[in-house]
Design a protein around this ligand. Structure first.
Ligand code: PRP
Ligand code: URA
Length: 208
């Protein structure tokens, strides 16, 4: 399975808070950002570093640095933008592209309304952000669009995933690794994740 699941007690604790329907917008948004930062650290565990010479207050030494110009973040609108600050905290110089998709309420198929990438996107490793991986339609369409633009290395970060969405990415895009805070039980008849946390966009932006 090309999926990495965070197995950390503090993440489980934070998930319990955002799943709770009584949790308000401010706390919900803050925790989404915190978990996103944690997912970013996990997704960077294969990063190639460059050796540099620096001077500490004590002496000269060799250290290792990341070339931040090799990366781009692509949040899927709207809910993916809720994860963005958490990623920018970790890699401030990454460029950012946006994909606008919403799910049709009856078919649950993603409908595209916006797509804007940095000009040099094909030369960057792309980290796609969306808190909810449900049927996997939005994720797979986004990954296909990025591949059409020439992107070679793509990772997908989600807070909560359904088994159905993970399976779809594994089948259509086996080269893409999914980093997720947890895998839930199933989808319901409306293609919402069970137990999930409800509509991530509405809870981040307070629209319901
Ligand atoms: C939600 C979520 C994902 C998508 C996941 O977006 O943020 O983008 O559904 O579902 P899928 O895996 O079945 O495609 P939604 O369509 O609710 O739009 P929003 O972010 O604008 O609220
Ligand atoms: N989108 C959400 O925001 N929540 C779900 O459970 C499924 C799709």
């Amino acid at each position: 399975m090309n999926t990495v699941v965070l197995n950390n007690p503090l993440i489980k604790h934070k998930l319990a808070i955002i799943r709770d329907k009584r949790t308000g917008t401010k706390e919900f948004r803050e925790i989404i950002g915190e978990i996103a930062t944690f997912l970013c650290y996990e997704a960077m565990s294969d990063a190639v570093l460059e050796e540099v010479e620096i001077e500490t207050p004590i002496c000269k030494t060799k250290a290792q640095k990341l070339d931040e110009n090799k990366y781009a973040f692509v949040p899927i609108l709207r809910a993916g933008t809720g994860m963005l600050d958490g990623l920018i905290n970790a890699i401030p110089n990454a460029k950012i592209g946006h994909v606008g998709l919403y799910r049709d309420e009856t078919t649950h198929e993603p409908i595209k309304y916006y797509y804007k990438m940095p000009q040099d996107i094909a030369n960057r490793e792309v980290i796609v952000l969306d808190p909810m991986l449900a049927t996997g339609g939005s994720a797979c369409d986004t990954i296909s669009m990025l591949k059409e633009d020439g992107v070679k290395k793509i990772k997908f970060l989600s807070i909560i995933s359904a088994p159905e969405g993970i399976k779809k990415i594994e089948e259509l895009h086996p080269d893409v690794t999914v980093y997720t805070a947890c895998i839930d039980e199933k989808l319901n008849e409306n293609a919402y994740i069970v137990p999930g946390l409800g509509d991530a966009g509405d809870r981040i932006f307070g629209t319901k």
